[in-house]
Structure formats: C-alpha cells, structure tokens
Design a protein around this ligand. Structure first.
Ligand code: GDP
Ligand code: ZN
Length: 314
C-alpha cells in the first residue's frame, strides 16, 4: 500500500490528476464513494488546488488510480456563480496563494468600480491579490497621467501593481518573480492580454488552445474548465476565463467596507461602530477621503456598492 498527500491539478472528467507540489509528477486518482465532501451546494465537490490524502496499491496509473480518501481543509477558495440569483456555484480553485487580476486602461478599458468589485471579492475569499496593468507599451507616451492616477488609487489602497507589456516584455520578469513557487489564479477581462502574458511567462503554454476557447461552455457544468499548469520557472498557474461571474458575493451593507482594506484601517477611528461611512458624525473614513489619504474613486465605488445592495434588498 502506498499513500501520500497531493494537490488536485486537473479534473479530467472520470478521474482527477494529482501531483505532490512543488513536484510535478501527475498521477490519476478517483474519489472514494463515501468521502465527506466540502463546498456546500457547489457543483464540484473538490476543485483544482485542493490538497488531498490518497492511497493506492503500488504506483498509481491509469488502470489503477489512487483513491482520494480525504480532502484537507482549505485556506481559501474562489467560487463562480452562474448568476446573482442562482444558488448553484462552481469552485474555480482552492488554496490559491495569490490572484493576479489582469487589466488594461485601453482596449478594453477597465472600469474602476468593476475592478473594485473584483478586489472586494478577492478580499472576501481571503485571496491576496496583485493587479497587473498590461499593455503599458500603448500608453507610455501620451497617457502617463492615467497610469499615474491608476497607480495612486490602487497603490494607495494597498495593492501591488505590476506594469507589464506582453508585447515588449516589460514587467514580465517582475511578474515571473511574483508567481514563482506559488499557486496563482490568473483572471482578467477578455482582451486584457492574459493569454499573451501566460505565453510570455512560458512560451510552451498556449492557453488559447485550452481553457479560454471553452468560455462558451461556462453556463454548463463541464468538469475540466480549470486546471493548473506548471511554468518552466516553477509557478503553478490556474487560468480563469473572464471576470464577470467573479464579482458576485453576497454581503450585508455593514460588511462591505470591511473589504476595502484602506477603509477598514481608517474606520478604527470612526466615532460609531458599526459606521456606514455615509451620514455618521465623526466618521474617520469620510475625513480620510476629504484629506486625500483615501481616494474618492474608491469611496464612490463603495457608495455604489452600498446603494446597489439596498436596491437589491428592497
Ligand atoms: P485575453 O483575452 O486576455 O487572453 O487577451 P489576449 O492575450 O488574447 O490579447 C488580446 C489582444 O491584445 C491581442 O490582440 C494581443 O495581441 C493584444 N495584447 C496583449 N497584450 C498586449 C500588450 O502588452 N500590448 C499590446 N499593445 N497589445 C497586447
Ligand atoms: Zn465611518
């Protein structure tokens, strides 16, 4: 009898592929029928990134797959819901070390309130996040103000921003360093350059051939949308198509500000707890916005989320 602990790197339909990260030696495994499954009403009980205990008679292979006997507790997991009202959800990935949100100021221009929603979602999921600002080659000359203001807003909120160009290679080394040795979830609006960046990180990976072309299957509950790739520098990438289903989390009104890190920090000085940072006297968040240490853009996004939330609840 052999046994061990490994990570799920792919759901291959009838079986899973595991590897004992950081080693990259894939072997097949199936779920034991009576295993206690996690993930509530998710359509997939275990996900890419899950750490599992397995056992087998000898070396597992296609004919004699290992048996997954236990799914370990997750440090975090990221869910995609089909719609806001849907109760069905799909776990995209578990135990993510860092999410990289790929955006660009042009083609397609990232809308800041939308990005803020994505960042809130990552905070809710407890996934550390880095913003990758791609296509900087396009606006280095004319639009430096826009880049500076973007950096001021998100750097000020505490997020790391890596400026990249998949075209010129600028920043790719920095991104590579940030990914090395980690399980990374890559996401971005279609067209922002995620596939190009993945190829720039490792030319042997061609995401267009795999995941992304499956975007039209999103609504259906296909099994193998997400898988982990190892780059030649030893990063473990999970490619997540699109951003849309990502920004959907249920939050109570008074919870929203907890997921804007800079507001959470400032709110310790608010006179009232809880404080919605709208009408309350002695609100430290409003004061910080007035004084410029919290950016008005982020604060407006917050107000937008509050308002939408109350609309939703009427
Ligand atoms: P994805 O949908 O996010 O995977 O985006 P792609 O990688 O397919 O890129 C979308 C388009 O943007 C393609 O035409 C790319 O050639 C282009 N593109 C990607 N990265 C860059 C970049 O850094 N600079 C410029 N100028 N174009 C880029
Ligand atoms: Zn307040």
């Amino acid at each position: 009898m052999t046994k061990g602990v490994a990570t799920i790197v792919k759901n291959a339909g009838s079986h899973y592929l595991l590897s004992a990260l950081p080693e990259w030696k894939l072997f097949p495994a199936v779920l034991r029928g009576k295993i206690r499954l996690k993930g509530g009403n998710a359509t997939n009980p275990v996900a890419v990134g899950d750490r599992v205990s397995w056992e087998a008679d000898g070396e597992p292979d296609e004919l004699h797959p290992a048996i997954i006997t236990e799914v370990h507790d997750r440090s975090n997991y990221v869910i995609r819901k089909s719609t806001n009202l849907s109760r069905q959800s799909h776990i995209i990935a578990a135990n993510v070390d860092r999410a990289f949100i790929i955006v660009t100021l042009y083609f397609p221009e990232i809308k800041l309130p939308f990005l803020d929603r994505i960042l809130v979602t990552c905070e809710v999921y407890n996934v550390p996040v880095t913003i990758v600002l791609n296509k900087v080659d396009l606006y280095q000359e004319e639009a430096t103000d826009e880049i500076e203001s973007f950096k001021r807003i998100y750097g000020g909120a505490g997020y790391r921003i890596i400026e990249t160009s998949a075209r010129t290679g600028q920043g790719v080394e920095e991104l590579r360093e940030a990914c090395r040795g980690k399980v990374c979830l890559l996401s971005g609006e279609s067209g922002a350059g995620k596939s190009s960046l993945i190829k720039a990180l490792d030319p042997s990976l061609d995401p267009k051939v795999g995941q992304i072309s499956l975007a039209h299957l999103q609504g259906k509950h296909t099994t193998s949308l997400y898988e982990m790739y190892k780059t030649r520098d030893g990063a473990f990438l999970i490619d997540s198509p699109g951003l849309r289903g990502f920004g959907l989390v249920d939050l109570k009104k008074e919870e929203i500000a907890l997921y804007f890190p800079e507001m959470l920090a400032a709110s310790r000085e608010c006179r009232f707890t809880p404080c919605t940072h709208t009408h309350e006297p002695g609100c430290a968040v409003k004061k910080a916005v007035e004084e410029g240490s919290i950016s008005p853009e982020r604060y407006y996004s917050y107000l937008g989320m509050l308002e939408e939330d109350s609309k939703f609840r009427q």
